[in-house]
Design a protein around this ligand. Sequence first.
Ligand SMILES: Nc1ncnc2c1ncn2[C@@H]1O[C@H](COP(=O)(O)OP(=O)(O)OP(=O)(O)O)[C@@H](O)[C@H]1O
Ligand SMILES: [Mg+2]
Length: 324
Amino acid sequence: MSALLEVRGLTTHFDTRGGVLKAVEDVSFEVGEGEIVGLVGESGSGKSVTGFSILGLVDAPGRIVSGSVRFAGRELVGLGHGALRSMRGREMAMVFQDPSATLNPVLTVGQQMRLAIAAHERVGEAAATARCVEALTIVGIPDAARRLENYPHQFSGGMRQRVAIAIALLNRPKLIICDEPTTALDVSIQAQILTEMKSLAARLGTAMIWISHDLATVSSVASRLLVMYAGRIIEAGPVASVLRSPRHPYTRGLLNSLPSMARPGQDLVQIPGSMPSLANLPEGCSFRPRCPKAQEDCKVMPALTGDGARAFRCRHPLDREVAA
Ligand SMILES: Nc1ncnc2c1ncn2[C@@H]1O[C@H](COP(=O)(O)OP(=O)(O)OP(=O)(O)O)[C@@H](O)[C@H]1O
Ligand SMILES: [Mg+2]
């Protein structure tokens, strides 16, 4: 599979009063055409900033310090604002956690959808309306033609998020970055949207990066997982393989703390301590102060090393578990 998106050594920092905050550090991964990749990690681990960096949405005091983002063979780091803006929404789109970041309360849904099309293409009114109706129908909004005349507040929370997803789909982008779009919704609506997004991606051939702090959510939608900790990817691999046999002690800790993911008969255990401040990271492996397997050599940052389709950033990885 040729990679649609190739991220290499992406590093994004924020210059704050408290010093340099290393939000994203040496992040590398690929997304294939039509592939859904899950990016998981606890709050503040750098997931959103990774998404913003890919789309060129990082503003001062943040900056991409180094690294490369190649999308469909084109380097995006260093591209001008105009070029990035014309690409966003058309080739690559983002759905934010809060639909109000996308939806304008004083315009009808139809007005803003037509504007999203007009930003990239000259389309006649009837054709534009047809495309809006199609996008709303795809995301499961009934009576779409009539709903175009409604304002965002006339939709429920779940429906508003579907509208935001429909806007992301309007120009048929090759990649959609979904930043926790279902976190604020009821569990049943969340599950419904996840299932639909998955079949949608397969049907339209759209690749997705699905961001969430919830390993269970990500695992239900993605085929490959990236686990982030303190700004770095610390483990990556196919979902089933990572869940069955995590190699990084942090991933194991995450799994042990989840009711839906713990092994049968096993008590739930929280990882002791908390994630370090990104402005004041410990020497070496960032997980070292919390890690049950930490040794002296962990004071030097381990590289992300591979083992087949799997990669982990740990010198003392857990043994590979073989399915019985
Ligand atoms: N504009 C900004 N200025 C300064 N620091 C920022 C800014 N945006 C993000 N950060 C910092 O970058 C780090 C990573 O933030 P990010 O939003 O990527 O985390 P996240 O993994 O998406 O967390 P969450 O699950 O809570 O959304 C955090 O320490 C955050 O405070
Ligand atoms: Mg976030």
